[in-house]
Design a protein around this ligand. Structure first.
Ligand code: CA
Ligand code: CA
Length: 173
């Protein structure tokens, strides 16, 4: 709206003083409309710049995303393993499928193999399947995108030994 005012003032300068008391001419109206349009364009530009900044921020987190002790939805979304039943405490957070549970919960010496009690799939639209054995074998159960499950109450406590995102072509069908 500041732009509209500036354009209108600029137009008035070229008129005689009497013109101030006339109804706004079509020219004035057009100038105002144009000003609003310019303001909108500026708003869109600002939104684009913000979007770029946000993207850059996500890119900046990429290196620290997987296995940093924080269960995150950025970069496609992690799957997070907990050895507690309520998604708290130490976590193994990863963006990737894992064919063998060789790791430990972040910041601990506790192995993840056969100790997972709850999981959170933070990928909003990709199923992850957990398996009772390495290499995506043994008993399997899927967890849909965005869901949290406490496996203690579902008969899968302390059994998982691998997991695979369905987007991974090497996962079993
Ligand atoms: Ca993380
Ligand atoms: Ca197992």
């Amino acid at each position: 709206m500041i732009d509209a005012g500036q354009i209108k003032t600029g137009t008035t300068v070229h008129k005689t003083p009497v013109a101030r008391f006339e109804q706004p001419s079509q020219e004035d109206y057009s100038a105002t409309t144009e000003g609003i349009r310019m303001s909108k364009m500026r708003a869109i530009l600002t939104a684009v710049i913000l979007s770029i900044t946000t993207t850059a921020a996500f890119a900046g987190n990429a290196a620290a995303g997987s296995y940093n002790g924080v269960c995150e939805s950025s970069n496609g979304g992690e799957v997070c393993l907990y050895n507690t039943t309520n998604f708290t405490g130490a976590v193994y957070d990863t963006l990737y499928s894992k064919s063998e549970y060789t790791g430990t919960y972040y910041g601990t010496n506790t192995p993840i193999d056969n100790t997972v009690s709850s999981t959170w799939n933070r990928d909003p639209d990709t199923l992850v399947t957990f398996y009772g054995m390495p290499n995506y074998t043994g008993g399997a159960i899927g967890q849909a995108g965005g869901y949290k499950h406490s496996w203690e109450f579902m008969g899968f406590n302390n059994v998982f030994s691998s997991h695979c995102f369905e987007s991974n072509p090497s996962c079993p069908n």
